[in-house]
Write a protein that binds this ligand. Sequence first.
Ligand code: ZN
Length: 350
Amino acid sequence: MYSEVKRFLSVVAAGLLVSPAYGASCLEVTITGVQGGPPVFAGQAGSGTLVRYGTEENNCSDLLLQFDTGRGTTQQLSKLGIPAGKVSAVFLTHMHSDHVEGLADLAQLRWHFNSAGPKLPVVCAENTKSPAGHEMSCTAFTSHIGDALINSGEIAQRLAENPKRLAGGPADLLDTVTFPKSIAASEVWSSGEVSVSAVFSRHVAGHASYRVDTPAGSVVIGGDAGNDKPAPPRDSSTSAQVEALAQGADVIVHSTIHPVMGPDGTTGFPPPIYFRQSTATDLGAMARRSEAKHLMLTHLIPPLGAPRQGPYKLPKPLTEEDYSGAAKAGGFEGNVVVGKDLATLRLVAK
Ligand SMILES: [Zn+2]
């Protein structure tokens, strides 16, 4: 039904807002952090995407949904005028530090200034065992989010200053909501006209991808998903589950690796890590098959202009055209946004 809603694109690049009809409902997608993987480069924030929904009158601010909370998420939100206490819900794709480490900061800020609530829903996959035997656990992560600060004595010290704060520290303000393993999309969260569904997809154990449906449009957050088959030969590096989830979606936001990092190149990047990501070319092909209108590439490996990805030296730094050209080479004729911190796309229901 959402694909039938007539809408128009009001903005493609950050900061270039074109004022649409007043009162219309709107969906805005902002890459809060474009950094791919654990390295730090040029001040880029860690992985995250903000999806907001509301009306033009309130600047799409009825709901503020944060997908992944990498390094610097609260600082990025502050640039958008969004304090930690205003985030409606957090959704985590997987338990890798570059996607979740900013939650500690977000939760602490919330505890410090908003202990009276509301609690922050954190939606993520149930505990999942890997084939190697270790368990990835979002609930363990969130329930221990403030442990370092409890152990340092800070939480006790601040409680002594203000006993109205929750006694258990920042973890007490998180309301963790897990969903079971499924490769078919099911709703994991909703509020009013907005529904979020999820599927499990492959990257590391417990990896999930999300779709947000609103009257103003729909967006898929693929996360770091790759194909279920962990290495070639295979049809594509992209995930069949994400592709099914993305059918008819307006926007696909997806982590991206450039083929230059592959085993045919000279970087020495570990092939198993390369193979668990989706390439820009295959994402272009997936976006075409899904009939998406916009493909936002994020979590760029390597970053634009970087001489290396972590310790792996590149033959030459990559440009925006290297990524957009790769996505177009996959056959996608829609709008490609090569991610930068705070790149924004807004859809408005007409
Ligand atoms: Zn990642």
